[in-house]
Design a protein around this ligand. Structure first.
Ligand code: FMN
Length: 193
């Protein structure tokens, strides 16, 4: 994702705040406070595995998004969590169906990652890859390194995002060995074995 950043100083009731005007290929032009820019700049230094979180609404329509905010919570019983922006098209499907599937992407899934990681490519989603329905009905990507079909145990409201904690009902692990897709400093990367 290309970012074009300009800086300005603005008078605010709490004092002077530094505003950055950000021009992004995916999200257009918006302003951010200095602390937000600094936070994002710090978080870009964290290398993460890439997950495709998918869900289905009651009418059978599938939704998905790319997420790096996935982590395991506990093993017994198996639980995972993901932080989902409430403005993401997948949010209502997860909330209303009470289910989602977390698919860990391998390096051969970088095209799929691009489609699900930007609103620009919403129309192309689910056109690429082999998809199955998991136990909950949520979409499972056959090429994923591992997939965890979950039912929502708890939703925690966190301002712009919700943290969904899921009980894992079904797990698929790919039998062939493939390196994971990694995201670091704004770009996809892979690990050289
Ligand atoms: C590498 C990467 C990681 C992301 N991680 C998250 C995340 O953890 N949670 C989230 O809500 N959005 C995350 N996003 C943003 C969504 O994938 C993106 O906004 C997507 O377009 C949302 O789906 P929608 O276009 O259908 O609304 C991430 C995007 C990328 C490229």
């Amino acid at each position: 994702m290309k970012l074009n950043i300009k800086c300005a100083i603005s008078d605010h009731e709490f004092g002077i705040i530094i505003l950055y005007t950000v021009k992004s290929e995916n999200y257009g032009i918006y302003t951010m406070a200095y602390e937000d820019v600094l936070f994002k700049s710090g978080m870009r230094q964290l290398a993460s595995g890439v997950s495709l979180v998918a869900s289905v609404d009651r009418g059978g329509r599938r939704y998905g998004l790319i997420a790096t905010s996935v982590t395991s919570v506990c093993v017994s019983p198996p639980m995972l969590l993901v932080c989902v922006n409430k403005s993401a098209s997948c949010y209502d499907a997860i909330k209303n169906s009470g289910a989602f599937c977390i698919n860990f992407l391998g390096q051969s899934d970088s095209d799929i990652a691009s489609q699900f990681g930007s609103p620009k490519y919403r129309d192309l989603r689910f056109g690429t890859g082999n998809w199955m329905a998991g136990k909950t009905g949520a979409p499972v990507l056959a090429s994923a390194l591992a997939s965890f079909d979950c039912s929502v145990r708890q939703e925690m409201d966190m301002v712009s995002h919700s943290v969904f904690i899921g009980d894992v009902l079904e797990i698929h692990v790919k039998s062939e060995i493939e390196m994971p897709l990694i995201y670091h400093n704004g770009s996809y990367a892979s690990i050289n074995a």
